[in-house]
Design a protein. Structure first.
Length: 655
C-alpha cells in the first residue's frame, strides 16, 4: 500500500500538487491523467525518491521493488538481449558471481551461484528477455545486435523491455506507447493486464488506458481525485459530477439572491428584523459551491486546399524498398528485416506489386506489424523513396503535407515558431504569420520563444502548423501523436475529420484511427492490400499470427490426430461424475442469473423513482445535501447495474 497524506510538491515558486490525500492499494492499475504541466511526472519522481515533498508525507513499504523506464540509453557494445536481461539486477549479480567462480575454479562458489540463479528463475531469463524483445517489435536476428547500433526510438523500446524484465512490486510507466507501433501497443496492453504488481501509468492514449487501468487519478489545479474504473468511466463520472456541481451552484445562487432580496427589503423594519437576521445567518452558512469553469478547448484546422483533383496519386505494380542499406541502424526497412535483396544484391526490397490509388476525400489508415513496411510505403507515396520498379503517378496539382517520425527533430534549435514560418514563407506579412501561429496556440510572445524550451507536444504542434501553412490537399502522417496530450489529440482528430483533402495515417492511437479513417489497408508479408474489418478485427488478426514453425507444428499435430482413431479415455463412472458436475454448474449459473435479473429489476425501479425526484423542481427547494445524496445514489446504482449486466451477459453466453 502507498499513501499520500496532505502531500504537496513545488517546482520552484510554482505549487504543482497541494494537499493530496490518496491511498493506492496493492495490485491496482492506476492511470494518472491531467493536462501537461499538472504534475504527473513530478509525482512519479517523488515515488522514485528523486523529489522530496514540500509538505505532508509519502508512505511506501521499505523494501518495495520499483521498476521504471530509464530516460537515457548508453551507447553500449553489449548485445540487446543482454542489456534487457540486465534489468533483473539480482540475476545479473548472480550470473557475474557464477562467471567469476568459474574463472577461479571455485566449485563451492559455483554451487552457491547456481543455487541463487535457480532461485531467481535465471535459467529461463534469456527466453523471457527474448519474448519481451519480440513483443516490442525486435526481429529475432537483432537480439544479439549491439545496443549502440540501434536508433533513438528503438533504444527507447530497449529501455522499456529492460524495465519489464525487472522483478517489481511497483511499475511506473511514463508515456510507454510513444515510439511503439500499433501491434507493439496491443502486445504491451496484454502484458500489463497480466502484471501482478501495482502499476502507475501516464499516457495520452485513451484506448490503451481503457484496456489496462482499473483506477484513474485525475490531477487538476494542484488537486488529485481518485476514480474507480478506466479512462472512459472517469470521463463519464467527471462529466456527471461537473453537471451536478453546476446545478448545485445555480440553485445556491438563486437561494442566495432570494435571501439577499428579503434582507434588503425588510432589514429596516422592526417587525421583520428577526427574520431578516435569520436569513443573514443562512446566507453566511451557504456552502459557496463553485461554478464549473470550462477548460479551454484547443481547436485548429487545416485550411481548404486551393485545388482538389479527383485522382491524386497512384502506385502501379510498385516494387518499394531501398537501393542501399538504410542509414537508420534499425527501422522498418533496415537490412535486418526479413526481406530479400534483388538480383543485383544491392537493393533491399520491402514491398512487391503495390497497387495503391488515392482519390480526393479518402481517409486511409495503414495497419501492419512492426517492420512490415508502413513507413516505406508512406515514403514512396511522398516521393522520398524512388520505386525500385513500377510507376508512381501524381497529379500536377498534388500538394503533399508530410509528417514523419523525425519531423519534430528537424526543427532548428534556437529558432522561434515565427522564424520557422518566415523561413518557409519569406514573402508573407508578419501580421498574417502571427495570426496563423495564434490559431495553433502560439499567440503573443509565444510566437517568438525559442523552440529549445518547448515540450515534445509543443514541437509536434509547431511541425503540424508548418505543414498546414502550405494548404496541402494530401496529408501523409506517420505517427503524428507522439508527445501530444489528450486535448491536442482530440483537436487533431477534429481537424482531420474536417479536412477536405485526402489522408493516409499511420498511428498507434486507435482512438484517432477510429475517428478519422474510413478504410484500412494492411501492410504485411511484402504486400499492401485492403483490410476488410475494423481495429478489433485487426487486433484479432495480429493475435492469430504465429511463426511458420508454429503453423507447421499445428498442422502436423492435426494430421497426426486425424490419422488416429478416437478412443474414449473416461470410464463410465467418470463420465457420469463429469456430467453431474456440469449439471450442478449449470444449475448454479441459472440461479445466479435469476438473482441478477431480480436485482437489476429492483435497481430499475429505484432509478425510476430517483429520476422522478430529480425531475421534480421541489427537490431543489430543499437542503443541498439531500439533492447531492440523490445524485450520488443515482450514480452508485448506475455503476452497480453496469457491473451486474456485464456478469449477466457472460453467464448467459456460457449457458
Amino acid at each position: 500500500m502507498i499513501a499520500f497524506r496532505h502531500f504537496a510538491l513545488r517546482r520552484g515558486s510554482r505549487l504543482l500538487l497541494s494537499d493530496i490525500d490518496l491511498v493506492i492499494q496493492s495490485g491496482w492499475r492506476l492511470g494518472v491523467v491531467g493536462r501537461n504541466g499538472c504534475g504527473k511526472s513530478s509525482l512519479f519522481a517523488a515515488l522514485q525518491g528523486k523529489l522530496e515533498s514540500d509538505a505532508g508525507d509519502l508512505d511506501m513499504p521499505a523494501k518495495l521493488r520499483l521498476a521504471t523506464v530509464a530516460q537515457e540509453t548508453p551507447a553500449l557494445p553489449d548485445p540487446a538481449i543482454d542489456y534487457v536481461m540486465g534489468g533483473d539486477e539480482e540475476l545479473a549479480i548472480a550470473l557475474r558471481d557464477e562467471n567469476d567462480a568459474q574463472a577461479r575454479g571455485d566449485t563451492e562458489a559455483m554451487a552457491r551461484a547456481h543455487h541463487r540463479i535457480e532461485e531467481l528463475h535465471g535459467y529461463d531469463a534469456r527466453a523471457r528477455a527474448g519474448r519481451l524483445l519480440h513483443g516490442l517489435g525486435f526481429a529475432p536476428e537483432t537480439h544479439e545486435r549491439a545496443v549502440q547500433e540501434f536508433s533513438g526510438g528503438w533504444r527507447v523500446r530497449l529501455n522499456l523491455a529492460r524495465a519489464l524484465m525487472a522483478p517489481s512490486e511497483l511499475l511506473l510507466l511514463d508515456e510507454p506507447t510513444n515510439h511503439l507501433d500499433l501491434d507493439a501497443v496491443l502486445w504491451l496492453e496484454e502484458w500489463l493486464r497480466r502484471y501482478q504488481g501495482t502499476l502507475l501509468v501516464i499516457s495520452h492514449d485513451r484506448e490503451f488506458l481503457d484496456g489496462v487501468i482499473s483506477h484513474t487519478l485525475h490531477l487538476n489545479e494542484g488537486r488529485g481525485k481518485l476514480y474507480t474504473g478506466n479512462y472512459s468511466a472517469f470521463e463519464r463520472l467527471r462529466a456527471e459530477q461537473l453537471r451536478q456541481q453546476q446545478i448545485a451552484h445555480e440553485r445556491e445562487q438563486a437561494e442566495r439572491a432570494h435571501l439577499q432580496s428579503f434582507v434588503d427589503r425588510f432589514k429596516a423594519k422592526a417587525s421583520k428584523a428577526k427574520q431578516a437576521q435569520s436569513r443573514v445567518k443562512r446566507l453566511e452558512k451557504l456552502a459557496g459551491t463553485e461554478a464549473v469553469r470550462a477548460e479551454r478547448a484547443f481547436r485548429f484546422q487545416f485550411a481548404v486546399p486551393d485545388r482538389l483533383p479527383d485522382s491524386m496519386l497512384q502506385l502501379e505494380e510498385i516494387v518499394a524498398g531501398y537501393p542501399a542499406a538504410s542509414e537508420d541502424p534499425y527501422d522498418d526497412a533496415a537490412p535486418a528485416s526479413p526481406h530479400a535483396a534483388n538480383a543485383s544484391g544491392t537493393a533491399l526490397v520491402i514491398l512487391n506489386d503495390v497497387r495503391f490509388r488515392l482519390e480526393a476525400g479518402e481517409r486511409i489508415g495503414l495497419l501492419g506489424p512492426n517492420g512490415a513496411g508502413k513507413s516505406t510505403l508512406v515514403k514512396t507515396l511522398v516521393g522520398e523513396l524512388t520505386p525500385l520498379g513500377g510507376e508512381r503517378k501524381a497529379h500536377k496539382d498534388l500538394k503533399i503535407g508530410y509528417f514523419a517520425q523525425h519531423t519534430v527533430e528537424s526543427l532548428h534549435e534556437g529558432s522561434s515558431p515565427f522564424d520557422h514560418l518566415q523561413e518557409k514563407a519569406p514573402g508573407a506579412s508578419a501580421q498574417s504569420m502571427r495570426d496563423f501561429l495564434g490559431t495553433w496556440n502560439f499567440a503573443g510572445d509565444r510566437a517568438f520563444e525559442s523552440v529549445d524550451g518547448f515540450s515534445g507536444g509543443e514541437r509536434a504542434r509547431l511541425a503540424l502548423a508548418l505543414i498546414a501553412w502550405d494548404k496541402p490537399n494530401l496529408l501523409l502522417l506517420d505517427e503524428p501523436t507522439n508527445h501530444l496530450d489528450l486535448d491536442m489529440r482530440e483537436a487533431l482528430a477534429d481537424a482531420l475529420a474536417d479536412f477536405d483533402g485526402a489522408l493516409v495515417l499511420v498511428s498507434h492511437d486507435r482512438h484517432l484511427l477510429g475517428l478519422v479513417c474510413d478504410s484500412f489497408w494492411r501492410v504485411a508479408d511484402g504486400k499492401v492490400e485492403s483490410f476488410d474489418g475494423d481495429l478489433d478485427d485487426y487486433a484479432r488478426w495480429l493475435r492469430s499470427r504465429g511463426s511458420a514453425n508454429k503453423k507447421a507444428d499445428k498442422k502436423a499435430k492435426l494430421a497426426a490426430a486425424e490419422s488416429k482413431p478416437v478412443v474414449p479415455v473416461e470410464s463410465p463412472e467418470e463420465r457420469r461424475r463429469l456430467a453431474a458436475a456440469q449439471r450442478e454448474g449449470e444449475k448454479a449459473s441459472r440461479q445466479r442469473v435469476k438473482k441478477l435479473e431480480t436485482r437489476m429489476s429492483t435497481i430499475d425501479s429505484e432509478l425510476a423513482a430517483l429520476e422522478k425526484q430529480l425531475a421534480d423542481p421541489n427537490t431543489y427547494n430543499g437542503p443541498t445535501t439531500e439533492m447531492l445524496r440523490l445524485s450520488k445514489r443515482q450514480t452508485e446504482l448506475r455503476g452497480e447495474k453496469e457491473t451486474l449486466e456485464a456478469e449477466w451477459l457472460e453467464l448467459y453466453a456460457t449457458l
